[in-house]
Design a protein around this ligand. Structure first.
Ligand SMILES: *[C@@H]1O[C@H](CO)[C@@H](O)[C@H](O)[C@H]1NC(C)=O
Ligand SMILES: *[C@@H]1O[C@H](CO)[C@@H](O)[C@H](O)[C@H]1NC(C)=O
Length: 203
């Protein structure tokens, strides 16, 4: 009995499982579970359960120093550095999975945004606001010349950069990248190359 009550209080503590304590008779406990995914499937912003596990597009971007600009002036970026930004977009879930690898990054990650590794809304040769901020890649080899970060982020997005009184990630939806990939680029910023170390256009 003690063990059963222990489970019941854990479940109540999580807030996710409605428990009717009137059903707790003679040591028998009946639980009614509402699975969130099933509820969402009938909601206004519904996406079918399988859509959560399907990318609507994949993007592999080669990022180089020569693509970096300050406003529209090429800066040369961080000489010798390079990056591969792999993205899987799920526009049903407003989610983006990322696998970002940097070679020969130097200096410290530095940006006015929450992190220094971004997707910006900016056409080739132009600058524009960050829309998504990714965790900065961490060294994965002993010499520290290769860095990686991988995972998934889901909207609503927050960059930490405020323009026109709102965060530049506010209201952003990953489907905007799919609708016009040439209007977006990925980059990372170094203390040795503030406008950008490496940059690559999504299309
Ligand atoms: C990320 O991409 C690299 C190749 O660029 C691959 O070796 C690695 O397994 C990938 N990591 C994940 C988590 O997908
Ligand atoms: C971009 O160029 C302007 C004008 O030369 C300069 O004032 C500014 O500091 C530069 N921005 C960065 C991030 O280096």
């Amino acid at each position: 009995m003690g063990a059963v009550l222990g489970v019941a209080s854990l479940a109540l503590g999580s807030g996710a499982v409605p428990l009717d304590l009137n059903n707790l008779n003679n040591g028998h406990l009946s639980l009614q579970l509402n699975i969130d995914l099933n509820q969402d499937a009938f909601g206004a912003n519904a996406f079918a359960a399988n859509d959560l596990f399907t990318f609507t597009s994949l993007h592999s971007i080669q990022a180089t120093p020569d693509q970096v600009v300050n406003d529209t002036t090429p800066t040369g970026g961080l000489a010798g550095a390079s990056g591969v930004f792999n993205f899987g977009i799920n526009s049903h879930a407003n989610m983006i999975c990322y696998n970002i690898t940097l070679h020969n990054f130097q200096g410290e990650f530095e940006s006015p945004a929450d992190t220094a590794t971004h997707i910006h809304e900016a056409a080739r040769g132009a600058s524009g606001p960050p829309r998504i901020a990714f965790p900065n890649p961490e060294p994965i080899d002993e010499a520290g010349t290769v860095r990686n970060s991988a995972g998934c982020l889901k909207g609503p997005f927050v960059t930490g950069v405020i323009m026109e009184e709102k965060d530049t990630g506010e209201g952003f939806h990953v489907s905007q990248i799919e609708q016009n990939p040439a209007a977006f680029m990925a980059d990372t910023h170094s203390s040795l190359a503030l406008p950008g170390a490496v940059r690559g256009q999504i299309a």
